[in-house]
Design a protein around this ligand. Structure first.
Ligand code: NIG
Ligand code: FE
Length: 393
């Protein structure tokens, strides 16, 4: 692979604390050298090294590609009617997941893979270079394993979510379903998964069931993540912190003890305001978490039920407008914060040795991500040093 020097960078967001220029480590009039799949050099344009290729970005802003650390992309069908009904006042319930489970089971591999790649291409077009993908719409041993096998073809960040909801055929024996998830289903899924996740919520799985599945996953060598506090306060956040989960996701309803537990742990609070937008519920209190010293990430939660968006810029705009995050905090949470939630230090940052995942914005400053909501502002994207084709179709 050859080297590429990006020049003419009006504003470079590095997220490198060594830059000592605020939370985003911003540099001006910078250049960035990509060599193979890595960043090789960051510095002043005036002293930039020579490279095989040079790309002048014309004064635009350059950032690490977004790290979308929470998405459900293996499914078939949509739930547009359910969304429309919700906007007319029908409340969201976890049971809607079963609609997508039925459609997903009925779809063949080709169809699921095509939908996955279509969503992934959308993500690239809005600047995402790493995505975590969960199973959770198969809910049989074979369907969960195939969901993860398909996900593994597009990302190394795959998560087994057999404990998404109790499927209809197990409605009379939810404990039996939890046992299946923690044993046979987990063993079939584990070869394709890096993480295990549980929807710990009223209407889904309680603390005992979540503990059973998470500890079984940990024993198989999987890292832990928990859907917690989305629809009401519950035991999910405390459990995530106690078990050393990488992330507690949603965190919309928190009690003081949850905030204290997050602040005293290495568990990231991943906020998913696309879900609040689409369910019409209140937004998470990001300021309460940030002011308590909790590490906050932002992600799309892309799924056909509660958040059918692939756009990290939209999530950033929501976080700034509705959750009182500063633009810098939101951009950090969508890049370095997502990396932290995946326990990665090679992404979400631009410094020598990090992965060459680069977003060139069609704007002079990262501020425009929140300032110009709904506007496509992706000029170019490099993923592992390879420039992506962002054309549609
Ligand atoms: O993260 N909360 C659980 N899972 C998804 C919703 C899935 C669905 O409704 O299909 C979420 O919001
Ligand atoms: Fe989710």
């Amino acid at each position: 692979m050859s080297s590429t020097l990006l020049t003419g960078i009006g504003e470079l967001v590095t997220n490198d604390p060594d830059q000592q220029t605020g939370v985003l480590g911003v540099r001006r009039d910078a250049a960035l050298l990509l060599d193979g799949d890595r960043v090789a050099w960051v510095g002043d344009r005036a002293v930039a090294p020579v490279a095989d290729h040079q790309v002048d970005v014309g004064g635009r802003a350059v950032l690490p590609g977004f790290v979308d650390s929470h998405a459900h992309l293996v499914f078939d069908g949509d739930r547009a009617e359910e969304f429309a009904a919700r906007m007319a006042g029908v409340p969201y319930s976890a049971g809607g997941i079963r609609t997508t489970v039925a459609a997903t089971r009925a779809a063949d591999d080709r169809r699921l893979a095509a939908n996955l790649r279509w969503l992934l291409a959308e993500m690239h077009r809005s600047g995402t270079t790493t995505v975590e993908v969960k199973s959770g719409y198969g809910l049989t041993v074979a369907d969960e394993a195939r969901s993860l096998r398909l996900a593994r073809q597009v990302t190394e960040e795959t998560t087994f979510l057999g404990a998404h909801v109790v499927p209809v055929e197990w409605a009379d024996d939810p404990d039996g379903y939890v046992e299946l998830v923690a044993t046979t289903m987990l063993r079939a899924a584990a070869p394709y998964a890096r993480w295990v996740d549980v929807f710990c919520e009223r209407g889904a799985f309680d603390a005992d069931a979540a503990r059973r599945v998470l500890t079984a996953g940990a024993a198989q060598g999987l890292g832990l993540r928990v859907h917690a506090g989305q629809l009401g306060p519950g035991p999910g956040v405390a459990l995530a912190c106690e078990l050393g989960a990488a992330s507690a996701d949603h965190c919309t309803y928190l009690v003081d003890a949850d905030v204290a537990a997050l602040a005293g742990s290495a568990t990231v609070a991943t906020l998913l305001p696309g879900a609040e937008f689409s369910t019409g519920s209140r937004y998470p209190d990001a300021r309460r978490l940030l002011d308590a010293g909790v590490c906050v990430a932002l992600a799309t939660d892309c799924n056909p039920g509660t958040s059918y968006t692939t756009s990290m810029p939209f999530i950033i705009a929501l976080a700034v407008r509705e959750m009182r995050m500063t633009v810098a905090e939101a951009v950090w949470a969508a890049t370095a914060g997502g990396a932290r939630a995946l326990r990665r230090d090679d992404i979400g940052v631009l410094r020598p040795g990090s992965r060459a995942d680069v977003l060139v914005l069609d704007a002079p400053s990262y501020l425009h991500l929140a300032y110009r909501p709904g506007v496509a502002q992706t000029r170019a994207v490099w993923q592992s040093g390879r420039r992506l084709d962002l054309s549609v179709g």
